[in-house]
Design a protein around this ligand. Structure first.
Ligand code: FE
Length: 212
């Protein structure tokens, strides 16, 4: 894991606390207002390949499954934050992702359990105090009938807050994908993010906004 960036804001704690004491109502009121243009991340179907049983290794590094290193596909960081409509981190949230391997196969009996054993295929991570999460995985690939995508689920304890899918901006397969096409334009924009070249593979930022 690389170190996450320090949380923004450099005010000393005392200053913030003093401001809270001085004007708590004003401050809370301002925080409670949804910011203009902040949309809840749209839900998408779970699909048939959510793991039947979670892998023994279910951390946020999908390129290492137990003792095996996965060297196929194109490595990618997928990272972002889980916030509410007001931009506040959803404390305690867990983010799960699952996706097919470079050959288009899932660790799932419905897909013949044909996925590469070295590819973890599923990962889960708790957000940090700023609501941030990060996964090491591969840039998603297409499989029969689907444009490249990564499945994403957000939980708070046993409660499922959101199930959705993440798409690659500019992929020519998107326009042919039934699930992607049925989303209104603003919703498409919320789940379709650029994969940019970084020093150690691709990097995608996927901000997740929870409605309630
Ligand atoms: Fe899928």
């Amino acid at each position: 894991m690389r170190a996450l960036p320090a949380s923004p804001g450099s005010l000393p704690r005392r200053t913030v606390a003093a401001a809270l004491v001085a004007a708590p109502v004003l401050w809370l009121g301002a925080r409670a207002q949804p910011q203009a243009g902040r949309l809840a991340t749209p839900a998408q179907t779970e699909g048939p390949f959510y793991p039947v049983r979670l892998p023994q290794d279910a951390d946020n590094d999908l390129l290492r499954n137990g003792t095996l290193d996965y060297r196929n596909g194109q490595p990618a960081w997928v990272e972002g934050s889980v916030t509410d409509l007001a931009g506040r981190p959803v404390r305690g949230a867990q983010v799960e992702i699952w996706q097919c391997d470079h050959g288009g196969h899932y660790h799932h009996p419905g897909d013949g359990d044909r996925a590469d054993a070295a590819f973890q295929g599923f990962g889960r991570v708790a957000v940090d105090a700023d609501g941030r999460y990060r996964f090491r995985t591969i840039r998603p690939v297409a499989y029969s009938g689907r444009t490249p995508h990564i499945h994403v689920k957000v939980k708070l304890g046993a409660r499922e807050l959101l199930t959705t899918q993440l798409y690659v901006a500019g992929d020519p397969g998107n326009a042919r994908d039934a699930l992607w096409r049925r989303l209104p334009e603003a919703a498409r924009a919320a789940v379709t993010v650029p994969f940019e070249q970084a020093a150690d593979g691709w990097q995608a930022r996927f901000p997740i906004v929870i409605a309630a």
